[in-house]
Design a protein around this ligand. Structure first.
Ligand code: M6R
Length: 644
C-alpha cells in the first residue's frame, strides 16, 4: 500500500481524537546492529520543531544494565553529555523530548523514567511516554502503599512503576503487565518500555496518542511522529488504540488488549521529511489552525471536572481560592498583539458575567504609564510564549506595585509563568507559525473559564446558567471542526481579493474584538493594509476611505448589535464597498446586504469569537498563499518578541 498525503491527513485526524498533550513531546526507539544513541539523538532532533524543554535516552548493551542519561534544555546538552551518543554503548534504546505540562521542566522530570530500584541499582523497567495519565494521583497513592517511592512529579514515572508492579506481582510477561496497566490507566498514552529481563526488545502500548513502528532488515524503529524515523525507514505500521507491540531487531509482533496476537500490513511512506513534519499540511499555520479543536478541548478539560454528571470549573491548579476571587476589585488585562485582542474580548465577557470593572492595556504602553491600580486589583498578563519583553516588564511593574498577578501562558516554565502569582496554562502545544491561531483560541477559552468562575464565585452568575454555559463551551471544539470542513469557500474568496490594497473589518462589542484579530491575521501574513473598526466609529472619520470595490468584512455574531452593524455595512455599500458578512446560521437575511456570506454555528454569544475567528484565520492564510508569500515566517516578524 502506498501512502499519500490525503490518506495521511485522514489517519491523523482519526488518531487525533481525544488525545492529550503528547504532540508537545517526542518519542524515538531503535533496535538493530548499529549504536542506538546517535540514531535516537538524530530522530529526536527531527522533532525539535515541536518544542521541548528537556530530553533523555535509555540505552542497553546486550544483557547489561539499562543506562539512562537526561538533560534539561536543548538536545545539544544531551548530545554533549553523551559525546553525540557515542558514549552510550548498545544497540537497543529509547529517547524522548519532553514539553512540560505538569511538573516543572527539569532533568529529574525528563524521560526516560525508571521503575523502583528494588533488586539492583539499575532500572527493572525504563520507559518514555507521551500523553497524560489522568488518574495518576490515585495510581501513585496505590503504588506508595505497595512500597514504591517516587523521585519526579510526572505521571510517566507512575505509569512505568505500575508496569513494574504488575510485572512482578503477577510474575507475568511484558504483554500481560502492559495490558493490566492499560486497563488501570485513564487518559492517553504512547508508551515505549524496556525490561531488564528482555534484552534487545522494546515493548510499546498506545491509546489516543500517535505512535508508529518502522521495520527493515535487521532494524526496528518506533516513533511518535513520522519525521523522526523517515531518514531510516519507509515501511511503517500504525499501532491501533489499546494495542501493544513487541519489537526486536527487524521484526515486530502486535497484540490486542487480551494479549492475542494481531496482524498488520505495513504502509510505505513516500513523503519527504519536511512535509511530514507538518503532518501533511503545506504550512505550520494550516496545521495549527486544524489543531484548534483539540487545543481548545484540552484547555477546557484541564479545569472543567465532572461532578456527578454536572460540569464544574476547578481552578485549584491555577491557585485561586474563592476568598481571593471575592476580594478582587478590578482587573487590568495587559498583553501584546493577538494576546491583547484576547484581552479585548475578555473584557466584554468578564464585565458581563462577573461584573468586575475590566480595562485592557497594551503592555508596551502600560509599562511606561505609571498606571493607577487598586491594591485589591488583579493584573492579568496574556502571552503565548511567556517571554514577550513588554508583557514581562508589565508583569514586573504590577508586582512592584504590590498588585496580584495572573498569567495566561502557553509555555510552561517561561519567565512570565515563573514570575506571576497565579498561572493558567493554555494547552495549545508548541506553536510554530508566527501568526498565532491555536494559542489565541486557547487564550480565549481560558478567559471565558475565568470569567465564568469569577461570576459564579461572586454570585453574579447563577448555577443554572453557569452549568448551561459550561455545557455549551464543551461543544466549541466540534463547532470549530465543523467550520473547518467548509474552508474551500474561503480559499475561493481569498483568491478573488488577493490583490486588494485595503481591507476593513467592522463589528460591535465582541465582534469588534474579533475584527481586530481578523485584521491582524490579514495584514501580518498577506501584507495587505487592513484595519479593524468598531462599526459605530466609521462615521467619525474612516468612512471617507471607503470607495468602489473596497472589501469590508462585517462581523455580526451578537444578536443585540446585529441590526446596527448591518446599517453600517449598508452605508459602506452605498459608497461602493464589496461586503462580506460573517454571522451565525439563521441570520440568512444578511444575504440581502452582503455580497458574500460565511456562516458559523450558533453558540452562546459570549463564546462567538471562538467560532468567528476561524474563517478570519483561514482568510488571512489563503490570501497569503494566493500571493505566494511565506505564510509561516512573514517578513520582519519573529515568533517571540523578547526585545523591546
Ligand atoms: O508570545 P505572546 O503571546 O506574548 O506574543 C504576543 C504577540 O507578539 C503575538 O500575539 C503576535 O501579535 C502574533 N504573532 C500575531 O499573530
Amino acid at each position: 500500500m502506498k501512502y499519500d498525503e490525503k490518506a495521511f491527513s485522514a489517519i491523523q485526524t482519526d488518531t487525533d481524537a481525544g488525545k492529550e498533550n503528547e504532540h508537545m513531546c517526542g518519542i524515538v526507539g531503535y533496535i538493530g546492529e548499529k549504536q542506538a544513541a546517535p540514531i535516537l539523538l538524530d530522530g529526536l532532533s527531527r522533532l525539535e520543531y515541536r518544542g521541548y524543554d528537556s530530553a533523555g535516552l535509555a540505552v542497553r548493551d546486550g544483557d547489561r544494565d539499562i543506562e539512562v542519561v537526561k538533560a534539561k534544555g536543548r538536545l545539544r546538552k544531551l548530545a554533549e553529555k553523551t559525546d553525540d551518543g557515542n558514549a552510550m554503548i548498545g544497540c537497543c534504546g529509547i529517547g524522548h523530548t519532553r514539553w512540560a505540562t505538569h511538573g516543572e521542566p527539569s532533568e529529574i522530570n525528563a524521560h526516560p523514567h525508571s521503575s523502583e530500584k528494588l533488586v539492583t541499582d539499575a532500572p527493572g523497567v525504563a520507559g518514555v511516554h507521551n500523553g497524560i495519565i489522568e488518574n495518576y494521583q490515585e495510581l501513585k497513592d496505590k503504588l506508595l502503599r505497595k512500597g514504591y517511592t517516587f523521585y519526579s512529579q510526572t505521571d510517566t514515572e507512575v505509569a512505568v512503576k505500575l508496569v513494574d508492579y504488575y510485572y512482578h506481582k503477577y510474575q507475568v510477561g511484558p504483554i500481560d503487565a502492559l495490558a493490566k496497566t492499560m486497563v488501570r490507566v485513564r487518559g492517553s498514552y504512547a508508551l515505549a518500555v524496556m525490561f531488564r529481563d528482555y534484552p534487545g526488545e522494546i515493548w510499546v502500548a498506545r491509546k489516543d496518542s500517535p505512535m508508529i513502528i518502522g521495520v527493515r532488515e535487521g532494524e526496528s524503529y518506533v516513533a511518535s511522529d513520522v519525521p523522526a524515523i523517515l531518514n531510516y525507514v519507509r515501511n511503517v505500521y500504525y499501532i491501533g488504540n489499546m494495542e501493544m507491540a513487541r519489537l526486536t531487531a527487524g521484526d515486530v509482533h502486535f497484540y490486542n488488549i487480551d494479549g492475542d496476537e494481531i496482524f498488520k500490513e505495513p504502509v510505505e511512506i513516500t513523503w519527504d521529511a519536511q512535509a511530514a513534519e507538518k503532518g501533511g499540511y503545506e504550512h505550520f499555520m494550516m496545521k495549527e489552525i486544524h489543531e484548534q479543536p483539540k487545543a481548545v478541548a484540552d484547555t477546557i478539560r484541564s479545569v472543567v471536572k465532572d461532578a456527578e454528571g454536572v460540569p464544574r470549573i476547578d481552578l485549584s491548579e491555577v491557585g485561586f481560592t474563592d476568598e481571593v476571587i471575592r476580594d478582587i476589585s478590578q482587573i487590568c488585562i495587559v498583553a501584546c498583539g493577538s494576546a491583547w485582542h484576547v484581552g479585548m474580548a475578555s473584557q466584554y465577557v468578564f464585565e458581563d458575567l462577573a461584573r468586575i470593572p475590566v480595562r485592557v492595556e497594551l503592555a508596551s504602553e502600560f509599562r511606561y504609564r505609571k498606571p493607577l491600580l487598586d491594591p485589591n486589583g488583579l493584573v492579568v498578563v496574556i502571552s503565548q510564549s511567556g517571554e514577550t519583553a513588554d508583557s514581562l516588564a508589565a508583569l514586573r511593574e504590577a508586582k512592584k506595585n504590590g498588585i496580584k498577578t495572573l498569567a495566561i501562558v502557553n509555555v510552561v516554565g517561561s519567565s512570565i509563568a515563573r514570575e506571576a502569582d497565579y498561572v493558567f496554562y493554555t494547552l495549545a502545544g508548541p506553536e510554530i507559525a508566527v501568526a498565532t491561531t491555536k494559542a489565541y483560541s486557547t487564550q480565549l477559552i481560558a478567559s471565558y473559564l475565568l470569567a465564568m468562575h469569577f461570576g459564579y464565585v461572586r454570585g453574579t452568575l447563577e448555577d443554572a446558567p453557569y452549568v448551561k454555559m459550561l455545557e455549551e463551551l464543551q461543544t466549541i471544539p466540534d463547532k470549530i471542526s465543523q467550520i473547518l470542513t467548509e474552508k474551500e469557500r474561503l480559499q475561493w474568496f481569498a483568491s478573488k481579493f488577493a490583490n486588494a490594497h485595503d481591507i476593513f473589518f467592522i463589528g460591535r462589542g465582541l465582534d469588534y474584538a474579533v475584527s481586530l484579530e481578523g485584521s491582524l491575521k490579514m495584514k501580518e501574513i498577506s501584507y495587505i493594509h487592513s484595519e479593524a473598526y468598531a462599526a459605530g466609529e466609521l462615521k467619525h472619520g474612516t468612512i471617507s476611505l471607503i470607495e468602489d470595490h473596497i472589501l469590508v468584512i462585517g462581523v455580526l455574531t451578537q444578536d443585540d448589535l446585529y441590526e446596527k452593524t448591518v446599517s453600517n455595512m449598508v452605508e459602506c455599500k452605498a459608497r461602493g464597498a464589496y461586503l462580506m458578512g460573517l454571522t451565525s446560521y439563521g441570520h440568512y437575511v444578511i444575504e440581502d446586504t452582503a455580497d458574500f456570506t460565511v456562516y458559523i454555528p450558533k453558540t452562546d454569544p459570549h463564546f462567538a469569537a471562538s467560532l468567528a475567528v476561524i474563517p478570519l484565520q483561514l482568510l488571512g492564510y489563503y490570501t497569503s498563499l494566493a500571493r505566494g508569500l511565506d505564510v509561516d515566517k512573514p517578513r520582519n516578524l519573529a515568533k517571540s518578541v523578547t526585545v523591546e
